[in-house]
Design a protein around this ligand. Structure first.
Ligand code: MG
Length: 205
């Protein structure tokens, strides 16, 4: 299935919002990336250089399998589960925030949406109990579970579906836990979703 819209949720884990000095939002904070940002979760990953820190944000990703209609549940519309990285040009983002400009330049550059293969969606109840993590050069730098999401999957589906629309091929990056950080040329990243490893990704800056 071709991927269509790429939605991302900002500040969906309280400890991550805190680590960047942001308030916890009162309703979901949604942004999107161009499909040109997609890159598989293995192989060489070229990231932009000369624009300051580029941070990893490991996130669970869900795929929509049918057209959303108001009131539908996650179990009715979600058909796939993956893990990915919402790459963020953090210094660029800081300037954009100060200027109150859109985040596209900091979040939507080429290769900024790393995505593993999809597996069948296990259901909203099982999704809630998943664990995921990110290793950088073999050391765990992030770990999380949807248990700690501020806006649970059900709320994300209804909010995004009612506000922007959701249909087959759309995907949602559901937010990152604490521990985001920068990378350097040659770093090797591995994503882990419920014990299954994806990668390695070799960073080229
Ligand atoms: Mg993110």
């Amino acid at each position: 299935m071709d991927i269509r819209n790429i939605y991302c949720v900002g500040r969906n884990y309280a400890l991550h919002a805190q680590e960047l000095g942001n308030d916890v939002p009162e309703e979901p904070m949604i942004f999107s990336k161009p499909t040109h940002a997609l890159h598989p979760a293995v192989g060489e990953l070229r990231l932009p250089s000369g624009i300051g820190e580029i941070h990893y944000e490991a996130e669970l990703v869900v795929r929509i399998g049918r057209t959303y209609e108001s009131g539908m549940t996650a179990d009715q519309v979600v058909d796939g589960l993956a893990i990915g990285i919402d790459w963020t040009a953090r210094d660029v983002q800081t300037v954009l925030k100060e200027k109150r400009h859109p985040w596209l330049l900091a979040k939507g550059f080429k290769n900024s949406a790393v995505l593993s293969a999809f597996q069948p969606f296990p259901g909203a109840a099982a999704f809630q109990e998943l664990t995921f993590s990110l290793l950088n050069n073999g050391a765990e730098v992030q770990s999380g579970s949807p248990r700690d999401m501020i806006f649970p999957l059900e709320r994300l589906i209804s909010y995004i579906g009612d506000t922007f629309g959701l249909a087959a091929g759309d995907i949602i990056y559901t937010g990152t836990p604490a521990g985001v950080g920068g990378v350097k040329d040659g770093d090797e990243l591995t994503l882990i979703l419920n014990g299954e490893r994806f990668g390695p990704l070799r960073v080229s800056l």
